[in-house]
Design a protein around this ligand. Structure first.
Ligand SMILES: NC(=O)c1ccc[n+]([C@@H]2O[C@H](COP(=O)([O-])OP(=O)(O)OC[C@H]3O[C@@H](n4cnc5c(N)ncnc54)[C@H](O)[C@@H]3O)[C@@H](O)[C@H]2O)c1
Length: 253
């Protein structure tokens, strides 16, 4: 029997970046719970680019025509530089490429803002909805540059880039802004902050990372799903403007 608190059946969701490592888990998990889920992903067959407002508008119109106004928007699409990013992305802060900054901010911040403008506006007109903006512990705290030490063993310079952190901090206050802006329209807006998810990273990175996290391991992708279901459902009906942190304790010490 489905607990009515967490019941999502028959509701409509949009997941941006829904083809990625975490997005695909959200899409499958929400569909398993009876939601109609539309994927807005630039890599999809019917590509939706979250930095392009007409592209989002057209996709949202298709979702509304087919399923109705979304109840849930998960702003999950983002660019990061992975631990094995190319040299020009991971040099010193002083020479971090302007074009990389613009690209990361474009997808992570403007992309989230545009999807909120288009999908959130439809929710507000409907008088209900839940928006989940995905952030990272690197948006709350500075990256630990030490855990990338293995990249420097061959004499290579490596700095975890700045743009991702700046972009993910912006998510926290975009969430608060919209939570207050749309509260009377019944649209709740929350941030879900995640920490590192296991994805076959190099063993030296895994050792350095897990030594710094109280639970002693990286997250499994499916461990973010419970928070998405909670924020999507009536179980979180009194929650807006908040930051739900699912980080294995990373930010606790
Ligand atoms: N994986 C982690 O360890 C981790 C940790 C903390 C936070 N996060 C956050 O979780 C979210 C998902 O991360 P992930 O690791 O699954 O990422 P991913 O790289 O596996 O997936 C990102 C998806 O976004 C899509 N995308 C990129 N640019 C787009 C655009 N302009 N328009 C539409 N789609 C676009 C990509 O095609 C891809 O499918 C991100 O917001 C990320 O910052 C991830």
């Amino acid at each position: 029997m489905t607990d009515p608190l967490f019941d999502l059946s028959g509701r409509v969701a949009v997941v941006t970046g829904g083809l990625g490592q975490l997005g695909s888990v959200y899409v499958d998990g929400l569909r398993d719970r009876g939601m109609k889920v539309a994927v807005f992903d630039v890599a999809a067959e019917d590509s939706v680019d979250v930095t392009d407002r007409p592209s989002i508008e057209a996709a949202t119109e298709r979702v509304i025509a087919e399923h109705g106004v979304p109840h849930l928007l998960v702003n999950n699409a983002a660019l990061d530089s992975p631990p094995d990013a190319p040299a020009e992305e991971v040099g010193p802060f002083e020479t971090y490429p302007e074009s990389s900054f613009d690209q990361v901010m474009g997808v992570n911040v403007k992309g989230t803002l545009l999807c909120c403008q288009v999908v959130g506006a439809a929710m507000a007109r409907e008088g209900r909805g839940s928006i989940v903006n995905i952030s990272s512990v690197y948006g709350m705290l500075s990256p630990q540059q030490e855990i990338y030490e293995f990249r420097r063993h061959g004499g290579e310079a490596f700095t975890k880039p700045v743009a991702y952190s700046v972009s993910k901090s912006a998510i926290l206050n975009l969430t608060r802004y919209l939570a207050t802006y749309w509260a009377k329209e019944g649209v709740r807006v929350n941030t879900l902050t995640l920490a590192g998810v296991f994805n076959d990273q190099p063993v030296e990175f895994l050792e350095a990372y897990t030594a710094r996290v109280p639970l002693g391991r990286m997250a499994e992708a499916r461990e973010a799903l419970g928070a998405i279901v909670f924020l999507a459902s009536d179980a979180s009906s009194y929650m807006t403007g908040a930051n739900l942190v699912v980080d294995g304790g990373w930010s606790a010490w």
